[in-house]
Design a protein around this ligand. Structure first.
Ligand SMILES: [Zn+2]
Length: 376
């Protein structure tokens, strides 16, 4: 058996226990206090297992966990330690390890991935690799758009040869070789309130304007290019007998082709009202650029080679709709491979889970790719 796979198999029980520890600390995005406790747990894990110094770096949304070696690193392990799950999810769905399946809030996206990166680093150390070539960053706000961490993500990526993103894998363990660029727009409509019975003609109905704009926005997609523009939330009105003076629409937008970003942003910013007197204000952008497959191709080829060396298997790569911090690193021209984390499913939902028997191979795979990047 490949020595990395031997080591990862021997440490499986310890890795599962550490995944349980991380899952058992709730770290919902924007809850800075809880996210801080989660960050300390991640930092402790890194220091205990690898001997590296992990810095807990404060930010307005809770701390990021940063490992920055003094020398110039070759590889950056990238991920996030916040989750989408609200406080109390853990009480309803505590961490469990039954029938070879781990469950619990954030286990798949992406606490198991953090643990796999840490254990892969330990394998590198135990195999004589110089850990000053390894950097790590686990951010506090990826699930809410990475506003507080984007600069740090880009800065750390600029100094390495390859970014390995420990986000969960796609179906059956496939790596993520391309990701859509993503963004959210808020469309705010202003009308004028009036009594719906006494003098409706004096009102400017923001809801009628909303109904028109939803149809317009829905036509901005270009499926043939992979562009989707989807109105997802809407609200209007105050009481059942008042002409609504306000309405709002939230729009989810995704692009595959980098040029589509400008087209969608310009269309969103030029919405024209049709109801006399209504005003439309649009904010937002496609803030996460696409991870284009040209940025992952080389690392994906390397990953397939390493997978073959480890246990003779091939590994698939797929393009996915969701974005990650890997989009930022690819967009600034740093080689990036995503989806290297856990194998399982149900991200962001109650069926979230990780398959235990996949952990050793994934850990060995990450160590193997990093080893090859470090070796040049
Ligand atoms: Zn994630």
């Amino acid at each position: 058996m490949h020595p990395f796979l031997v080591a990862a198999t021997e440490s499986l029980a310890a890795a599962v226990a550490d995944i349980g520890r991380l899952v058992s600390v709730e770290s919902p995005s924007r809850d800075a206090e809880r996210v801080a406790v989660g960050a300390r747990c991640v930092a402790e894990l890194i220091e205990r297992e690898t001997g590296m110094v992990a810095e807990v770096m404060e930010s307005p949304v809770g701390p990021h966990v940063v490992v920055r070696p003094s020398a110039r690193p070759a590889v950056l392990f990238l991920g996030h330690h916040d989750t989408v799950h609200q406080v109390g999810s853990l009480e309803q769905r505590p961490f469990t390890n039954e029938a070879g399946v781990l469950r619990g809030p954030g286990v798949f996206d992406m606490k198991a991935g953090i643990v796999q990166a840490v254990y892969a680093t330990r394998i590198l150390r135990d195999s004589g690799f110089d850990l000053s070539r390894v950097a790590m960053l686990f951010t506090a706000d990826e699930e809410v758009g990475s506003k507080a961490s984007r600069g740090l993500v880009e800065e750390m990526a600029r100094s390495v040869d390859a970014v390995l993103v420990l986000e969960p894998s796609a179906d059956g363990g496939a790596l993520k070789v391309a990701r859509k660029g993503t963004g959210t727009f808020d469309v705010s409509i202003e009308g004028r309130a009036s009594h719906a019975g006494l003098e409706p003609e004096k009102g400017i109905n923001a809801l009628v304007e909303l109904a028109h704009q939803v149809g317009v926005i829905n036509g901005f997609g270009k499926p043939e290019l992979g562009t989707t523009v989807t109105p997802t939330l809407a609200s209007a009105g105050t009481t059942d007998n008042t002409v609504p003076d306000r309405a709002s629409i939230v729009v989810d937008a995704r692009v595959v082709v980098p040029e589509e970003k400008a087209r969608v942003e310009s269309l969103m910013n030029s919405l024209q009202p049709v109801v006399n007197g209504a005003k439309i204000t649009v904010s937002g952008s496609l803030h996460r650029p696409p991870l284009h497959e040209s940025m992952s191709a080389e690392l994906f080829a390397l990953a397939r080679e390493v997978a073959g060396e480890i246990d003779g298997r091939d590994i698939a790569g797929v393009a996915v709709g969701g974005g990650s911090d890997g989009n930022f690193t690819a967009a600034i021209g740093v080689k990036t491979l995503d989806g290297l984390g856990a194998v399982g499913g149900g991200a962001h939902g109650v069926s979230e889970h990780v398959i235990v028997e996949t952990i050793p191979f994934r850990t060995a795979l990450v160590a193997g790719i990093a080893a090859r990047v470090i070796a040049g």
